[in-house]
Design a protein around this ligand. Structure first.
Ligand SMILES: Cc1cc2nc3c(=O)[nH]c(=O)nc-3n(C[C@H](O)[C@H](O)[C@H](O)COP(=O)(O)OP(=O)(O)OC[C@H]3O[C@@H](n4cnc5c(N)ncnc54)[C@H](O)[C@@H]3O)c2cc1C
Length: 405
Protein backbone atom coordinates (compact mmCIF):
# COMPACT_ATOMS: atom_id res chain seq x y z
CA UNK A 1 0.00 0.00 0.00
CA UNK A 2 1.74 3.19 -1.09
CA UNK A 3 -0.84 5.74 -0.15
CA UNK A 4 1.26 8.92 -0.36
CA UNK A 5 -0.09 11.06 -3.15
CA UNK A 6 2.48 13.84 -2.86
CA UNK A 7 6.20 13.64 -2.09
CA UNK A 8 5.90 15.50 1.21
CA UNK A 9 9.21 15.64 3.05
CA UNK A 10 8.08 17.47 6.19
CA UNK A 11 5.52 16.34 8.75
CA UNK A 12 4.55 17.01 12.32
CA UNK A 13 5.39 13.40 13.18
CA UNK A 14 7.32 10.59 11.50
CA UNK A 15 6.57 7.08 12.75
CA UNK A 16 9.07 4.28 12.14
CA UNK A 17 7.32 0.90 12.00
CA UNK A 18 3.93 -0.19 10.74
CA UNK A 19 2.90 -2.77 13.31
CA UNK A 20 -0.16 -2.26 15.48
CA UNK A 21 1.70 0.35 17.58
CA UNK A 22 2.79 2.48 14.66
CA UNK A 23 -0.46 2.17 12.66
CA UNK A 24 -2.73 2.93 15.61
CA UNK A 25 -0.50 5.87 16.63
CA UNK A 26 -0.78 7.22 13.06
CA UNK A 27 -4.58 6.84 13.15
CA UNK A 28 -5.01 8.64 16.45
CA UNK A 29 -2.52 11.39 15.51
CA UNK A 30 -4.60 12.11 12.38
CA UNK A 31 -7.72 12.18 14.56
CA UNK A 32 -5.98 14.99 16.48
CA UNK A 33 -5.10 16.77 13.21
CA UNK A 34 -1.30 16.28 13.18
CA UNK A 35 0.37 15.48 9.86
CA UNK A 36 1.95 12.01 9.85
CA UNK A 37 4.35 10.00 7.71
CA UNK A 38 4.65 6.32 8.65
CA UNK A 39 7.59 4.37 7.25
CA UNK A 40 7.31 0.57 7.22
CA UNK A 41 10.14 -1.64 6.04
CA UNK A 42 7.85 -4.30 4.56
CA UNK A 43 4.05 -4.33 4.65
CA UNK A 44 1.97 -2.99 7.53
CA UNK A 45 1.21 -5.71 10.06
CA UNK A 46 3.61 -8.18 8.50
CA UNK A 47 5.67 -8.84 11.64
CA UNK A 48 4.55 -9.62 15.22
CA UNK A 49 1.29 -7.67 14.82
CA UNK A 50 0.19 -9.93 11.97
CA UNK A 51 1.63 -13.25 13.10
CA UNK A 52 0.42 -13.31 16.70
CA UNK A 53 -2.16 -15.54 18.36
CA UNK A 54 -4.90 -12.90 18.31
CA UNK A 55 -5.56 -12.86 22.04
CA UNK A 56 -7.36 -9.72 23.25
CA UNK A 57 -6.71 -10.56 26.89
CA UNK A 58 -6.59 -8.21 29.85
CA UNK A 59 -6.55 -10.72 32.69
CA UNK A 60 -3.13 -11.90 33.75
CA UNK A 61 -1.40 -8.62 32.92
CA UNK A 62 0.72 -6.92 35.53
CA UNK A 63 -1.50 -4.42 37.38
CA UNK A 64 0.28 -1.30 36.02
CA UNK A 65 -0.75 -2.36 32.48
CA UNK A 66 -4.47 -2.61 33.22
CA UNK A 67 -5.34 1.06 32.66
CA UNK A 68 -3.83 0.83 29.16
CA UNK A 69 -5.48 -2.52 28.61
CA UNK A 70 -8.91 -1.13 29.58
CA UNK A 71 -8.42 1.85 27.26
CA UNK A 72 -7.54 -0.57 24.51
CA UNK A 73 -10.59 -2.73 25.09
CA UNK A 74 -12.83 0.30 24.54
CA UNK A 75 -11.17 0.76 21.13
CA UNK A 76 -11.44 -2.94 20.23
CA UNK A 77 -15.15 -2.81 21.03
CA UNK A 78 -15.65 0.26 18.83
CA UNK A 79 -13.22 -0.88 16.13
CA UNK A 80 -15.77 -1.56 13.39
CA UNK A 81 -17.24 1.96 13.51
CA UNK A 82 -13.90 3.60 14.21
CA UNK A 83 -11.97 1.95 11.38
CA UNK A 84 -14.79 1.32 8.92
CA UNK A 85 -13.82 -2.36 8.62
CA UNK A 86 -14.26 -5.59 10.54
CA UNK A 87 -11.11 -6.84 12.28
CA UNK A 88 -13.04 -9.82 13.66
CA UNK A 89 -12.95 -8.78 17.29
CA UNK A 90 -15.03 -11.34 19.18
CA UNK A 91 -15.86 -10.43 22.79
CA UNK A 92 -16.11 -14.10 23.59
CA UNK A 93 -14.61 -13.90 27.07
CA UNK A 94 -11.23 -15.20 28.18
CA UNK A 95 -10.76 -18.00 30.71
CA UNK A 96 -7.58 -18.89 32.59
CA UNK A 97 -7.45 -22.28 34.22
CA UNK A 98 -5.11 -23.74 36.85
CA UNK A 99 -3.87 -27.27 37.56
CA UNK A 100 -2.22 -26.50 40.91
CA UNK A 101 -3.73 -25.41 44.23
CA UNK A 102 -1.35 -22.44 44.64
CA UNK A 103 -2.26 -21.18 41.15
CA UNK A 104 -5.98 -21.59 41.92
CA UNK A 105 -5.50 -19.55 45.12
CA UNK A 106 -3.70 -16.88 43.15
CA UNK A 107 -6.75 -16.49 40.86
CA UNK A 108 -8.78 -15.17 43.80
CA UNK A 109 -5.96 -12.87 44.89
CA UNK A 110 -5.45 -11.50 41.37
CA UNK A 111 -9.22 -11.02 40.92
CA UNK A 112 -9.34 -9.01 44.16
CA UNK A 113 -6.43 -6.78 43.09
CA UNK A 114 -7.60 -6.38 39.49
CA UNK A 115 -11.04 -5.15 40.59
CA UNK A 116 -9.40 -1.92 41.81
CA UNK A 117 -8.03 -1.44 38.28
CA UNK A 118 -11.39 -1.87 36.54
CA UNK A 119 -11.08 -5.55 35.61
CA UNK A 120 -13.90 -7.77 36.89
CA UNK A 121 -13.23 -11.50 36.99
CA UNK A 122 -15.29 -14.50 38.06
CA UNK A 123 -13.44 -17.39 39.72
CA UNK A 124 -15.05 -20.85 39.63
CA UNK A 125 -14.01 -24.18 41.10
CA UNK A 126 -15.41 -27.68 41.46
CA UNK A 127 -18.93 -28.48 40.23
CA UNK A 128 -19.71 -24.89 39.19
CA UNK A 129 -16.64 -24.85 36.96
CA UNK A 130 -17.46 -28.30 35.51
CA UNK A 131 -21.02 -27.19 34.72
CA UNK A 132 -19.71 -24.10 32.88
CA UNK A 133 -16.88 -25.93 31.08
CA UNK A 134 -17.84 -29.65 30.85
CA UNK A 135 -15.13 -30.29 28.25
CA UNK A 136 -12.17 -29.58 30.60
CA UNK A 137 -9.81 -32.40 31.58
CA UNK A 138 -9.70 -33.85 35.11
CA UNK A 139 -6.48 -32.00 36.09
CA UNK A 140 -8.16 -28.58 35.94
CA UNK A 141 -8.87 -27.22 39.45
CA UNK A 142 -10.09 -23.65 38.90
CA UNK A 143 -11.11 -21.19 36.22
CA UNK A 144 -10.87 -17.40 36.17
CA UNK A 145 -13.24 -15.83 33.65
CA UNK A 146 -12.91 -12.37 32.14
CA UNK A 147 -16.23 -11.99 30.31
CA UNK A 148 -15.38 -8.88 28.26
CA UNK A 149 -12.05 -10.06 26.84
CA UNK A 150 -11.85 -12.01 23.60
CA UNK A 151 -9.88 -12.34 20.40
CA UNK A 152 -9.42 -10.76 16.99
CA UNK A 153 -7.79 -11.42 13.63
CA UNK A 154 -4.16 -10.27 13.71
CA UNK A 155 -3.88 -10.38 9.93
CA UNK A 156 -6.50 -7.66 9.68
CA UNK A 157 -5.89 -5.33 12.62
CA UNK A 158 -2.73 -3.29 11.88
CA UNK A 159 -3.51 -2.87 8.15
CA UNK A 160 -7.03 -1.70 9.09
CA UNK A 161 -5.55 1.00 11.34
CA UNK A 162 -3.14 1.93 8.50
CA UNK A 163 -5.98 2.21 5.95
CA UNK A 164 -8.10 4.25 8.36
CA UNK A 165 -5.12 6.54 9.08
CA UNK A 166 -4.51 6.94 5.33
CA UNK A 167 -8.20 7.76 4.81
CA UNK A 168 -7.73 10.59 7.32
CA UNK A 169 -4.70 11.86 5.40
CA UNK A 170 -1.73 9.99 6.91
CA UNK A 171 1.11 9.26 4.51
CA UNK A 172 1.60 5.50 4.95
CA UNK A 173 4.65 4.22 3.09
CA UNK A 174 5.32 0.50 2.80
CA UNK A 175 8.58 -1.02 1.55
CA UNK A 176 10.33 2.01 3.05
CA UNK A 177 13.07 0.80 5.44
CA UNK A 178 14.54 3.50 7.65
CA UNK A 179 18.32 3.48 7.68
CA UNK A 180 19.15 6.39 9.97
CA UNK A 181 17.42 8.77 12.36
CA UNK A 182 18.96 11.91 13.83
CA UNK A 183 18.11 15.06 15.75
CA UNK A 184 18.42 18.37 13.87
CA UNK A 185 18.21 21.93 15.20
CA UNK A 186 14.44 22.00 14.68
CA UNK A 187 13.38 18.37 14.79
CA UNK A 188 14.41 15.10 13.18
CA UNK A 189 15.81 13.87 9.91
CA UNK A 190 14.95 10.34 8.86
CA UNK A 191 16.74 8.67 5.99
CA UNK A 192 15.32 5.69 4.13
CA UNK A 193 17.36 2.91 2.54
CA UNK A 194 16.76 4.33 -0.94
CA UNK A 195 18.28 7.64 0.15
CA UNK A 196 15.19 9.76 0.71
CA UNK A 197 15.43 12.29 3.55
CA UNK A 198 12.32 13.25 5.51
CA UNK A 199 11.98 15.91 8.18
CA UNK A 200 9.59 16.14 11.13
CA UNK A 201 9.22 18.00 14.37
CA UNK A 202 8.67 14.79 16.30
CA UNK A 203 9.66 11.16 15.85
CA UNK A 204 8.00 7.97 17.15
CA UNK A 205 9.95 4.72 17.08
CA UNK A 206 7.52 1.81 16.94
CA UNK A 207 9.83 -0.68 15.27
CA UNK A 208 9.20 -3.77 17.41
CA UNK A 209 12.15 -6.14 17.63
CA UNK A 210 14.18 -3.77 15.46
CA UNK A 211 13.93 -0.74 17.77
CA UNK A 212 17.17 -1.26 19.65
CA UNK A 213 19.47 0.04 16.90
CA UNK A 214 17.26 3.10 16.36
CA UNK A 215 17.18 3.96 20.08
CA UNK A 216 20.96 3.51 20.20
CA UNK A 217 21.27 6.34 17.65
CA UNK A 218 19.99 8.59 20.47
CA UNK A 219 22.26 7.07 23.11
CA UNK A 220 19.55 4.97 24.75
CA UNK A 221 19.86 1.42 25.97
CA UNK A 222 16.97 -0.88 25.17
CA UNK A 223 18.17 -4.31 26.21
CA UNK A 224 15.57 -6.34 24.34
CA UNK A 225 15.85 -9.96 23.36
CA UNK A 226 14.10 -11.51 20.39
CA UNK A 227 12.09 -14.75 20.53
CA UNK A 228 9.31 -16.46 18.61
CA UNK A 229 6.14 -17.72 20.35
CA UNK A 230 5.02 -21.04 18.84
CA UNK A 231 1.67 -21.19 17.05
CA UNK A 232 -0.41 -23.92 15.41
CA UNK A 233 -3.89 -24.23 13.92
CA UNK A 234 -6.15 -27.26 13.54
CA UNK A 235 -8.53 -28.30 10.82
CA UNK A 236 -11.99 -26.70 11.14
CA UNK A 237 -14.60 -28.43 13.31
CA UNK A 238 -18.02 -27.26 14.58
CA UNK A 239 -17.78 -23.97 16.50
CA UNK A 240 -18.26 -24.90 20.16
CA UNK A 241 -15.50 -23.19 22.18
CA UNK A 242 -16.74 -19.65 22.67
CA UNK A 243 -14.32 -18.44 25.36
CA UNK A 244 -10.68 -18.19 24.46
CA UNK A 245 -8.76 -20.14 27.08
CA UNK A 246 -5.28 -20.66 28.55
CA UNK A 247 -3.53 -22.56 31.32
CA UNK A 248 -1.87 -20.41 33.98
CA UNK A 249 1.22 -22.15 35.34
CA UNK A 250 4.82 -21.43 36.23
CA UNK A 251 5.83 -24.80 34.71
CA UNK A 252 6.59 -23.67 31.19
CA UNK A 253 5.98 -27.09 29.64
CA UNK A 254 2.37 -27.00 30.91
CA UNK A 255 1.40 -23.71 29.27
CA UNK A 256 -1.15 -23.97 26.46
CA UNK A 257 -3.76 -21.55 25.16
CA UNK A 258 -6.32 -21.74 22.39
CA UNK A 259 -9.19 -19.95 20.72
CA UNK A 260 -11.71 -21.15 18.19
CA UNK A 261 -12.83 -18.93 15.34
CA UNK A 262 -16.37 -19.13 13.94
CA UNK A 263 -14.97 -20.73 10.74
CA UNK A 264 -14.15 -23.67 13.04
CA UNK A 265 -10.35 -23.80 13.25
CA UNK A 266 -8.72 -23.93 16.68
CA UNK A 267 -5.64 -21.73 17.00
CA UNK A 268 -3.21 -22.71 19.75
CA UNK A 269 0.06 -21.63 21.32
CA UNK A 270 2.12 -22.17 24.44
CA UNK A 271 5.32 -23.61 25.79
CA UNK A 272 8.68 -21.91 25.54
CA UNK A 273 9.14 -19.52 22.60
CA UNK A 274 11.57 -20.64 19.91
CA UNK A 275 14.57 -18.88 18.43
CA UNK A 276 14.04 -15.73 16.37
CA UNK A 277 16.43 -13.52 14.45
CA UNK A 278 15.74 -9.83 13.86
CA UNK A 279 18.45 -9.62 11.17
CA UNK A 280 16.66 -12.11 8.92
CA UNK A 281 13.13 -11.49 10.33
CA UNK A 282 12.81 -15.26 10.83
CA UNK A 283 11.30 -17.12 13.78
CA UNK A 284 11.43 -20.90 13.90
CA UNK A 285 8.78 -23.37 15.01
CA UNK A 286 10.47 -26.26 16.79
CA UNK A 287 8.67 -29.55 16.01
CA UNK A 288 9.20 -30.79 19.58
CA UNK A 289 7.28 -27.71 20.82
CA UNK A 290 4.34 -28.51 18.56
CA UNK A 291 4.26 -32.11 19.85
CA UNK A 292 4.40 -30.85 23.45
CA UNK A 293 1.55 -28.40 22.69
CA UNK A 294 -0.57 -31.28 21.39
CA UNK A 295 0.02 -33.27 24.59
CA UNK A 296 -0.89 -30.29 26.75
CA UNK A 297 -3.91 -29.44 24.59
CA UNK A 298 -5.27 -32.96 25.13
CA UNK A 299 -4.64 -32.69 28.86
CA UNK A 300 -6.62 -29.44 28.96
CA UNK A 301 -9.43 -30.57 26.61
CA UNK A 302 -9.32 -34.36 26.04
CA UNK A 303 -11.97 -34.13 23.31
CA UNK A 304 -9.57 -32.43 20.88
CA UNK A 305 -7.39 -35.56 20.62
CA UNK A 306 -8.49 -36.54 17.07
CA UNK A 307 -7.83 -33.08 15.55
CA UNK A 308 -5.10 -32.58 12.97
CA UNK A 309 -2.72 -29.63 12.93
CA UNK A 310 -2.80 -28.08 9.46
CA UNK A 311 -0.23 -25.28 9.86
CA UNK A 312 2.38 -23.99 12.28
CA UNK A 313 4.10 -20.60 12.45
CA UNK A 314 5.93 -18.18 14.68
CA UNK A 315 6.78 -14.47 14.67
CA UNK A 316 9.57 -12.14 15.72
CA UNK A 317 8.75 -10.59 19.09
CA UNK A 318 10.78 -8.28 21.36
CA UNK A 319 11.04 -9.04 25.09
CA UNK A 320 12.26 -6.67 27.79
CA UNK A 321 14.12 -8.07 30.81
CA UNK A 322 11.33 -7.05 33.23
CA UNK A 323 8.48 -8.09 30.92
CA UNK A 324 7.15 -4.53 30.62
CA UNK A 325 7.14 -2.52 27.37
CA UNK A 326 8.78 0.83 26.70
CA UNK A 327 6.09 3.45 26.07
CA UNK A 328 6.58 7.21 26.20
CA UNK A 329 9.20 9.94 25.91
CA UNK A 330 12.86 9.45 25.23
CA UNK A 331 15.14 10.08 28.20
CA UNK A 332 17.76 11.84 26.10
CA UNK A 333 16.05 13.67 23.24
CA UNK A 334 13.17 16.16 23.15
CA UNK A 335 10.47 15.32 20.64
CA UNK A 336 11.36 11.63 20.50
CA UNK A 337 8.89 8.91 21.59
CA UNK A 338 8.99 5.14 21.84
CA UNK A 339 6.55 2.21 21.88
CA UNK A 340 8.21 -1.19 21.65
CA UNK A 341 9.29 -4.23 23.70
CA UNK A 342 5.80 -5.62 24.26
CA UNK A 343 7.13 -8.96 25.50
CA UNK A 344 4.56 -11.28 23.94
CA UNK A 345 1.46 -9.30 24.90
CA UNK A 346 1.26 -6.15 22.74
CA UNK A 347 -1.64 -7.04 20.43
CA UNK A 348 -4.37 -6.38 22.97
CA UNK A 349 -2.91 -3.13 24.27
CA UNK A 350 -1.82 -1.90 20.82
CA UNK A 351 -4.83 0.35 20.08
CA UNK A 352 -4.67 1.86 23.58
CA UNK A 353 -0.95 2.48 23.16
CA UNK A 354 -1.62 4.22 19.83
CA UNK A 355 -4.25 6.47 21.38
CA UNK A 356 -1.98 7.23 24.34
CA UNK A 357 1.06 7.94 22.14
CA UNK A 358 -1.03 10.34 20.05
CA UNK A 359 -2.29 12.06 23.18
CA UNK A 360 1.24 12.38 24.57
CA UNK A 361 2.75 13.61 21.30
CA UNK A 362 -0.07 16.10 20.65
CA UNK A 363 -0.58 17.49 24.17
CA UNK A 364 2.59 16.65 26.10
CA UNK A 365 0.56 14.71 28.66
CA UNK A 366 -1.17 11.37 28.96
CA UNK A 367 -4.19 10.35 30.99
CA UNK A 368 -2.42 7.04 31.79
CA UNK A 369 0.67 6.94 34.01
CA UNK A 370 3.55 5.93 31.73
CA UNK A 371 6.24 5.95 34.42
CA UNK A 372 6.34 2.12 34.73
CA UNK A 373 7.08 1.94 30.99
CA UNK A 374 9.77 4.62 30.80
CA UNK A 375 12.94 3.82 28.86
CA UNK A 376 14.80 5.63 31.60
CA UNK A 377 14.52 2.59 33.84
CA UNK A 378 17.25 1.16 31.62
CA UNK A 379 19.16 4.41 31.06
CA UNK A 380 19.42 5.14 34.77
CA UNK A 381 19.44 1.83 36.54
CA UNK A 382 20.59 -0.79 34.10
CA UNK A 383 18.32 -3.80 34.10
CA UNK A 384 15.54 -3.40 36.69
CA UNK A 385 14.31 -6.30 38.75
CA UNK A 386 10.65 -7.28 38.30
CA UNK A 387 8.27 -5.54 40.71
CA UNK A 388 6.15 -7.72 43.04
CA UNK A 389 3.15 -7.14 40.76
CA UNK A 390 5.15 -8.47 37.84
CA UNK A 391 6.22 -11.65 39.61
CA UNK A 392 4.43 -14.89 39.21
CA UNK A 393 2.81 -16.23 42.41
CA UNK A 394 5.75 -18.57 42.82
CA UNK A 395 8.08 -15.58 42.84
CA UNK A 396 9.74 -16.36 39.53
CA UNK A 397 10.42 -13.28 37.42
CA UNK A 398 8.36 -13.01 34.24
CA UNK A 399 10.19 -14.38 31.25
CA UNK A 400 9.46 -15.31 27.65
CA UNK A 401 8.63 -18.76 28.96
CA UNK A 402 5.63 -17.46 30.93
CA UNK A 403 3.44 -17.64 27.83
CA UNK A 404 -0.23 -16.90 28.47
CA UNK A 405 -2.21 -15.42 25.60
C1 LIG B 1 3.58 -15.56 17.59
C2 LIG B 1 3.15 -14.43 18.49
C3 LIG B 1 2.02 -14.56 19.29
C4 LIG B 1 1.56 -13.47 20.07
N1 LIG B 1 0.35 -13.54 20.69
C5 LIG B 1 -0.17 -12.42 21.27
C6 LIG B 1 -1.49 -12.41 21.78
O1 LIG B 1 -2.23 -13.37 21.66
N2 LIG B 1 -1.95 -11.30 22.41
C7 LIG B 1 -1.17 -10.19 22.55
O2 LIG B 1 -1.63 -9.21 23.14
N3 LIG B 1 0.08 -10.14 22.01
C8 LIG B 1 0.59 -11.22 21.37
N4 LIG B 1 1.84 -11.19 20.82
C9 LIG B 1 2.62 -9.96 20.93
C10 LIG B 1 2.20 -8.91 19.90
O3 LIG B 1 1.98 -9.49 18.64
C11 LIG B 1 3.28 -7.84 19.80
O4 LIG B 1 3.64 -7.42 21.11
C12 LIG B 1 2.81 -6.63 19.02
O5 LIG B 1 2.25 -7.01 17.79
C13 LIG B 1 3.98 -5.70 18.79
O6 LIG B 1 3.58 -4.69 17.89
P1 LIG B 1 4.64 -3.67 17.33
O7 LIG B 1 3.92 -2.73 16.46
O8 LIG B 1 5.44 -3.14 18.47
O9 LIG B 1 5.69 -4.60 16.54
P2 LIG B 1 5.64 -5.24 15.06
O10 LIG B 1 4.30 -5.75 14.72
O11 LIG B 1 6.79 -6.19 14.98
O12 LIG B 1 5.87 -3.99 14.14
C14 LIG B 1 7.12 -3.34 14.05
C15 LIG B 1 7.27 -2.93 12.59
O13 LIG B 1 8.41 -2.08 12.44
C16 LIG B 1 8.96 -2.34 11.17
N5 LIG B 1 10.33 -1.86 11.18
C17 LIG B 1 11.34 -2.30 11.94
N6 LIG B 1 12.47 -1.64 11.68
C18 LIG B 1 12.16 -0.75 10.71
C19 LIG B 1 12.91 0.22 9.99
N7 LIG B 1 14.21 0.41 10.24
N8 LIG B 1 12.28 0.95 9.04
C20 LIG B 1 10.95 0.78 8.79
N9 LIG B 1 10.20 -0.13 9.44
C21 LIG B 1 10.80 -0.88 10.39
C22 LIG B 1 8.84 -3.84 11.02
O14 LIG B 1 8.92 -4.24 9.66
C23 LIG B 1 7.49 -4.12 11.67
O15 LIG B 1 6.44 -4.19 10.72
C24 LIG B 1 2.34 -12.27 20.09
C25 LIG B 1 3.49 -12.17 19.31
C26 LIG B 1 3.90 -13.22 18.50
C27 LIG B 1 5.12 -13.06 17.63
Amino acid sequence: MNTHASHKTHADVIIVGGGIMGCSTAFFLRKRGLSVVLLERNMTGQQASGTNFGGVRRQGRALPQLAMSNRSLRIWRASRELLGSDIEFLPSGHTRVAYHAHDAEYFSEYARQARDYGLDLEVLQGAAMRRRFPFLGPDVLAASISPLDGHANPRLAAPAFARAAAALGADIRENAPVRRVERTATGFRVETLDGESLLAERLAICAGAWSQALAAQFGEAAPLTVRGPQMAVTEPVPYVFRSSMGVYTSIKEESIYFRQIPRGNLILGGGPPGPADAATSRAAVLPENTLAQLRQFRRLVPGVAPLHIIRVWSGVESYMPDGEPIIGRSGTTDGLYYAFGFSGAGFQIGPGVGETMAELIATGRSEIDLQPFSIERFNLAGTPAPTPAQRSPQGAPPSPTAAQS
